[in-house]
Design a protein around this ligand. Structure first.
Ligand code: CTP
Length: 406
């Protein structure tokens, strides 16, 4: 996942132009050098000084504003051309190759990837002419980050809101990430988060999983080119871009969702902290005076173990959250649940496992190899893990060339 370099950020003239300032700030914060370009109409919605200050680069409006051939020079050094917001007009100009300002000329001159984030009124978005233009751009290899649905500046409801800045950032990562030859186009099911086992309409049993690790794995898989189904227990996290999200609550619902989606999957990665026990459910609130203080618990299904009984060519990866004897316990789980790999990580200490932004662990393969996964942000940890999984599948298939395809 490429996470630094230069982005040419084009801003076209819609009401969402002001959101480009927040996007530029996020890109800069994430290590990108951002060269801003605005259409003339965009400068009526937001002054150039805002983007120039945030990015510390002059804003390009017309070809030759700052020096002759500056559109050519800028695209030569840019990893990505990103347009946010992209109006219907700019999309139409790109589709038809009209080059009458810096941004549209730069688009034609750019040989690398382009990412377009449309924003407009719903009727304009759904108009066959806009959809036709977008389909032409897709055919030309442009990646489209679809707009969100919701209340629009014009007062109407529907599709057309500029995607959230975090979502656009995920699309940036996707468009610049090398695709893994073994994972590309393959379906992978990932489970994430905790499960909640309801006791009555008010209370439940759960654990400290936040879902961060599983969501990061889903993001890394999407960036590597996989088709991802993310089955998650309750979390406060934003749905990652590009994945099929299945929200569940209990271990039983998670089991049903994972088994329901595993058909045709090349791999299932069980990262969820699934509750091992559930209480009997009381439809009415338990009153303290009539409760004897003892909870009767029943075992839930061990989803990973069930999957291990009938793998049918599916690569099965488990997680082992351990407070002690991690490698020994991880190996036991790998054998007992018939997994292909188990990621062991320590819980109960700061900086890894539950409720932490970072993680560290060891990936144990069924052939006995132990791969250390060094302390890193959960996203970097996930990126590394996904590359290891892709390489393992690659070796299993006996494919000689391990190079990543672009
Ligand atoms: N797992 C599962 N279904 C369960 C419990 C766990 O699929 N009911 C999966 C987890 O998603 C993880 C692996 O099994 O991939 C190991 O989970 P972990 O909680 O570390 O261990 P348990 O098997 O539950 O054993 P213990 O709690 O005794 O360590």
């Amino acid at each position: 996942m490429k996470q630094s370099g230069q982005i040419l950020l084009g801003v076209s003239g819609g009401i969402a132009a002001y959101k480009a300032a927040e996007l530029a700030r996020l890109l800069v914060k994430n290590g990108w050098s951002v060269i801003p370009s605005m259409t003339r109409t965009a400068t009526e919605f937001m002054g150039t000084l805002t983007l120039a200050s945030i990015t510390e680069h002059e804003v390009h409006i017309d070809v030759g504003d700052h020096s002759p051939m500056d559109h050519i020079r800028t695209v030569r050094s840019s990893d990505l051309l990103l347009v946010a917001p992209a109006t219907a007009h700019t999309i139409a100009k790109f589709a038809h190759g009209q080059a009458d300002d810096f941004l549209s000329a730069a688009y034609l001159a750019h040989k690398g990837p382009s990412l377009i984030c449309p924003s407009m009124n719903t009727a304009m978005w759904h108009h066959p002419a806009t959809q036709r233009n977008l389909s032409m751009l897709r055919d030309d290899g442009v990646l489209i980050c679809p707009p969100d649905s919701g209340e629009l500046a014009c007062g109407e409801w529907g599709d057309g809101r500029l995607a959230e800045a975090e979502t656009i950032l995920e699309y940036v990562a996707y468009s610049l990430s090398p695709k893994h030859p073994t994972l590309q186009g393959k379906k992978v099911v990932v489970s994430a988060g905790p499960t909640c086992e309801d006791l009555d309409p008010v209370r439940f049993l759960s654990n400290r999983s936040t879902g961060l690790m599983g969501f990061a794995i889903a993001r890394a898989l999407w960036c590597a080119g996989a088709e991802v189904v993310l089955v998650s227990g309750p979390t406060h996290l934003r749905v990652p871009a590009g994945v099929q999200m299945v929200k569940v609550r209990s271990a039983a619902e998670m089991a049903e969702a994972v088994h329901g989606h595993r058909n045709g999957a090349a791999s299932v990665i069980m990262n969820a902290a699934v509750a091992d026990y559930r209480p009997a459910y009381h439809p009415h609130k338990l009153k303290k005076d009539s409760f004897n203080g003892v909870l009767a618990l029943n075992r839930t299904e061990d989803i990973l173990a069930t999957l291990g009984k009938d793998k049918n060519g599916c690569l099965l990866i488990g997680f082992a959250a351990e407070t002690e004897d991690g490698i020994v316990n991880g190996r036991k789980k790998l054998i007992h649940k018939n997994c292909d790999g188990v990621v062991v990580n320590r819980v109960g200490i700061a900086g890894q496992g539950f409720e932490s932004d970072t993680n560290q662990g060891t990936l144990i393969w069924r052939d006995g190899r132990e791969i250390p996964l060094p302390m890193a942000s959960k996203q970097d940890f996930a990126n590394l893990l996904v590359t290891e999984i892709g390489d393992f599948m690659h070796d299993l298939a006996g494919i000689p060339n391990r190079d990543m395809a672009q």
